[in-house]
Design a protein around this ligand. Structure first.
Ligand code: FMN
Length: 358
């Protein structure tokens, strides 16, 4: 069953502060450094003509960037969601909210999520945990509540086995993943035909996962691979017991690096792919788009900026867009469709990964 309400709120608040002020990132990388986009020496385009707009889940975005779902469920989360919403509205981008479980179990917390709709009409993605459908028997009515809570344009279902196994209060039974097939199909029949996104939280999906997610009926996969926020690292700061700390340290670098996860997923999946987990620059975004993504998502840097104010979030996202445009100029891509066709090479560990797996 769901945890005690206060427990969820306290844990969420702890996560925000630990992620903001401690080193919670992987030592290993996304492997995006093993991708090289081929410089176009003749360039052949006018920088001022570069167009970064895309359409995602029926909404226009000024660039292929969304803010990953992170929070909700307490007053600090309300402020963070508000700042992110203001920033994405200003720039014409999209955002997700964090797990809506707190709002599902306690109506008084709904406002900490729904606040985003006071500030943006752009793409907003809801967020629920796969494990709650599998273990707690949640059904399509819960999805309806989550969608209505924020007038969501799409809903992300997060899969977080590492997080659950390392949290003292975690749910450990992911056996009946196919339960989601029935729930998604029932929701689409009885309520709205909105897109469903399978989302990881920083450890990535494999090609075997992607095949299963396709079969379950997910319209999109948000890979959220390794190289950015490491949940084992986050939990190391929360536990007091030295033995558990030692155990967590062994898993601090667990996961499929983001670039490898993108190649794994695209080898078998023809739905929408979001490149995410450790995305820290516009160049990272350009690389993800070139290797097969339809959009990218960023979490940790936006969380940190949002605690300082919405203008700080705008600054970071503006930088990403500027860097993306510079990369597009240097490969001679006038728009995102052209960027997706840009040639690249794969080297080092990523090349080895691909040769062994795909
Ligand atoms: C403070 C914090 C809270 C998060 N909460 C959620 C959540 O509720 N639901 C979810 O799907 N992902 C959650 N995430 C995971 C992010 O969406 C993302 O998958 C992960 O942080 C990797 O991206 P990054 O390297 O850009 O941070 C959270 C991340 C952070 C930093």
């Amino acid at each position: 069953m769901v945890n005690n309400r206060n427990e969820i709120e306290v844990r969420k608040l702890e996560h925000i502060f630990l992620c903001s002020y401690c080193n919670v990132e992987y030592e290993k990388t996304t492997l995006l450094e093993d991708i090289e986009l081929i410089h176009k020496g003749t360039c052949g385009i006018n920088f001022n003509d570069i167009e970064t707009e895309i359409k995602l889940f029926g909404k226009k975005l000024s660039a292929p960037i969304i803010v990953s779902g992170m929070t909700g469920g307490h007053s600090k989360a309300r402020e963070i969601n508000k700042n992110i919403a203001k920033a994405v509205e200003e720039l014409g981008l999209g955002m997700g909210v964090g797990s809506q479980r707190a709002g599902i179990v306690n109506n008084n917390l709904i406002d900490t999520y729904s606040v985003v709709r006071d500030y943006t009409n752009n793409l907003v993605i809801g967020n629920l945990g796969a494990v709650n459908f599998i273990v707690d028997g949640w059904d399509e009515e819960v999805i309806d509540k989550a969608v209505e809570m924020i007038d969501a344009n799409a809903i992300a279902i997060h899969f977080n086995p590492l997080q659950e196994i390392i949290q003292p209060e975690g749910d450990l039974n992911f056996k009946n993943v196919y339960k989601l097939k029935e729930v998604i199909s029932n929701y689409k029949k009885s309520y709205k035909n909105i897109p469903f996104i399978a989302k990881q939280v920083g450890e990535g999906f494999s090609k075997e996962d992607a095949l299963m997610l396709k079969d379950i009926g997910f319209d999109a996969i948000d890979v959220q691979g390794s190289g950015g926020t490491s949940w084992a690292k986050v939990e190391i700061y929360r536990v007091k017991d030295e033995k558990i700390k030692n155990l967590l340290e062994k898993f601090a670098n667990w996961g499929i690096p983001t670039a490898a996860s993108i190649f794994e997923v695209k080898s078998v999946y023809d739905g929408i792919i979001i490149g995410s987990g450790g995305i820290r620059s516009g160049l990272d975004i350009a690389k993800c788009m070139a290797i097969g993504c339809d959009c990218c998502a960023v979490a940790l840097p936006i969380l940190k900026a949002s605690l300082k104010g919405w203008e700080e979030v705008v600054k970071i996202l503006e930088n990403y867009i500027k860097e993306l445009k510079i990369a597009m100029f240097l490969v001679g891509a006038e728009n995102i469709e052209e960027l997706k066709k840009t040639p690249y090479i794969v080297k080092g560990t990523l090349k080895e990964w691909i040769s062994q797996r795909l």
